[in-house]
Structures are given as C-alpha cells and as structure tokens.
Design a protein around this ligand. Structure first.
Ligand SMILES: Nc1ncnc2c1ncn2[C@@H]1O[C@H](COP(=O)(O)OP(=O)(O)O)[C@@H](O)[C@H]1O
Ligand code: SF4
Ligand SMILES: [Mg+2]
Length: 317
C-alpha cells in the first residue's frame, strides 16, 4: 500500500522556482495499479522520484506499507527499498554495467539473505519469474537486448516483493516487446499482490494495466477514476482532449462523440496560470476559471475531478 498526502516538488533554478508537483494526494492499494498520465513535463517523473525519496519533496505524509517515510533520514532509506522499488524508463542507464545479471538481481536480496548459495537460488527463481533464460546469469547488461535488460530491472525490483513505482517502463521498447513486458507485470502483480504506480505519457500503454487512471496537468491531478470510467466518460476537458489523440482499441469503450483537439503548449511550470491551470487551453473556460482554482471533488463513488463545470456528487460518503 502506498499513500501520499499533499506532496509538492519544486526546483530552484536561475529563472525562478519550478513548480513541478503541486499538492498531490493519492492512495494505491495492495494489488492495485494506478496509472499516472499526462503530457511530457507535467511532473510525472518528479512525482515518482519524490515518492521514492530520490529527491526531497515537501509532503504532509508519504506512507509505504505501514511505514511513514515522510521525514525518514537518508541513511534509513536503504531498508525502505525492501518495501518500495522503482523501474526506470532506460534499463541500460539504471543497471550498473560492471555487474552480471546474477549479481544485479541478487543485490537487493543481500540485505535479508547473507548466504550466497541461497541468494543465487532465489535469483534463478526470479529469472524464471520474469522469463529470463538461466544461461544469462553470468552475462553483463551490454550483452543483453533491451527487453532482457528491462526484465533484469523488473526481477531486481520485485525481489523483495515491494510496492513498485514504474516510470515509463516500456516506452523505449518496440511495440511487441511492450506488450510482453506489460503482460509480465500483470502476471507478477497477480502472483505477489504488489501495488503499482505506473507513470506514462501514453494513455494507450496504461489502459492495458491500470485499475485507476490519474490524469496529471502542470503538477496536479485533474481527474482520477477507474480505468473504464475514464475511457467511457472522461469528465475533465483535458482528459477528453488527450483521449481524442489515441485510437481506442478496447471494444468496451465507445468513442467520445464530440471531438476536441488539444491546442497550444503546456504553460511553463515557472508561472502556473491563475485559477484553473488548464484555462489557457480549455475551450470551455469561463471567467470563473481564470479566478478560482477548481478543487478535486467527488463526482461518484470512485471518481474525482477538478473542474468548475463538473457538478459535485450528492451521494453521501
Ligand atoms: N532537476 C530539475 N531542475 C529544474 N527543473 C526540473 C528538474 N527536473 C525536472 N524539471 C522540470 O520540472 C517539470 C516536470 O518535469 P518531470 O517531472 O520530468 O515531468 P514528466 O516526467 O511528466 O515529463 C518540467 O518542467 C521539467 O523541466
Ligand atoms: S475549470 Fe474551467 S478551464 Fe478548468 S477545465 Fe474546467 S472548464 Fe476548463
Ligand atoms: Mg518523465
């Protein structure tokens, strides 16, 4: 289980403060996958890295499993890697080229298992889990294909059965490999009930794996809902526009009748627009949108949206 409350990330730059993540609240249950989707630069990686404490966020609360890690000092973070792991976009960059496959997958296990022979046995079982031939045990990352490298990164990540943050894990793989790796992730999750926070700029990728989808715009979640609801009836104008850009393959989902095209560039996170941050690109914007920030409010049992034009749910909680 993963829980984040009021998380912010800012970067000081010579041009001023970059507001990369602005107050994100999110919970991912054991065995659940939440897809974080948005255009490039909207703060997805900053959010993912902040949850991992790879950079220092400011947050009310970050809870991994049952441990509050919000202000855990750096030296206490290594044991935390038993509870949360990250898979990056580029496995070539995230795997140390000096180590063999066996050493790379075995490394996270050194904390809990001191005996080499026992560790190696676990490594072989993990290689089997992710579909890596045993013959690759002594190979180095540069001797592997891109797909095999990402399988090593996944085997490494799942070794301690933690929750997992995946930042664009298939976007550098070609399409046939993408499907294989996504299927592998689904199988592993069913086996081990890990929580996945799955970041992607491509909603088409996330739709095959996510239980819920959170749409991110300029550092904030603007809509979060079960996958089928987002695909069938997206409520936020940004979600509606982004969905128009992808071919909808899933036969459960109908197309959105009223076609909308997303125009204009994402504004700079140095100066986030007033009111609703999306108002500069929203074709429905009214005067109120420029003045007041729409809160993320409930519009049904599992759906939240931040738009002045969406009526709040009248259901009792
Ligand atoms: N180290 C950094 N210093 C300054 N700005 C950064 C840094 N890292 C990211 N940013 C800026 O923060 C914003 C969010 O970036 P990022 O989290 O990488 O977005 P995404 O993963 O959605 O593409 C972008 O405007 C990016 O330029
Ligand atoms: S609050 Fe206004 S500008 Fe923002 S998405 Fe809704 S209609 Fe568009
Ligand atoms: Mg990114």
């Amino acid at each position: 289980m993963l829980q984040v409350q009021d998380l912010h990330v800012t970067y000081p730059t010579p041009q001023g403060k970059v507001y990369a993540v602005n107050s994100i609240n999110l919970e991912v249950a054991a065995g659940e996958t939440v897809g974080i989707v948005g255009e490039s630069g909207c703060g997805k990686s900053s959010f993912a890295r902040a949850v991992m404490r790879l950079l220092e966020p400011s947050a009310e609360r970050i809870v991994i499993g049952d441990v509050d890690v919000t202000s855990l000092p750096k030296r206490k973070l290594r044991p935390l890697r038993q509870r949360i792991q990250m898979v990056f976009q580029d496995p070539a960059a995230s795997l140390d080229p000096r180590f063999t496959v066996g050493q790379l997958i075995g490394e996270p296990l050194t904390l809990t298992e001191r005996h080499r022979a026992v560790r190696d046995k676990r490594v072989l079982a993990l290689m089997d889990d992710v579909g890596l031939p045993v013959a690759l045990f002594d190979r180095f990352p540069h001797q592997l294909s891109g797909g095999q490298r990402q399988r090593v990164a996944i085997a490494r990540a799942i070794a301690p059965r933690p929750d997992i943050v995946l930042d664009e894990p298939v976007s550098l793989l070609d399409v046939s490999l993408q499907a294989q790796v996504l299927n592998l992730l689904v199988d592993l999750q069913q086996q081990y009930r890990m929580a996945y926070l799955f970041v992607s700029h491509d909603i088409g990728v996330v739709q095959h794996i996510a239980d819920r989808i959170a749409m991110m715009y300029l550092g904030s979640i603007v809509e979060i809902a079960p996958y089928a609801d987002i695909m069938e009836s997206p409520q936020h104008p940004y979600t509606q526009a982004l969905l128009q850009a992808i071919p909808v393959m899933d036969p459960r989902c109908s197309r959105i009748a009223d076609k909308q095209i997303l125009t204009g560039d994402v504004p700079s996170p140095l100066t986030i627009p007033s009111g609703c941050a999306f108002h500069t690109r929203c074709r429905f914007a009214i005067d109120r949108c420029r003045r007041s920030v729409p809160p993320l409010h409930s519009i049904g049992s599992d759906s939240l949206v931040a738009c002045h034009l969406s009526a709040p749910s009248t259901e009792s909680p």
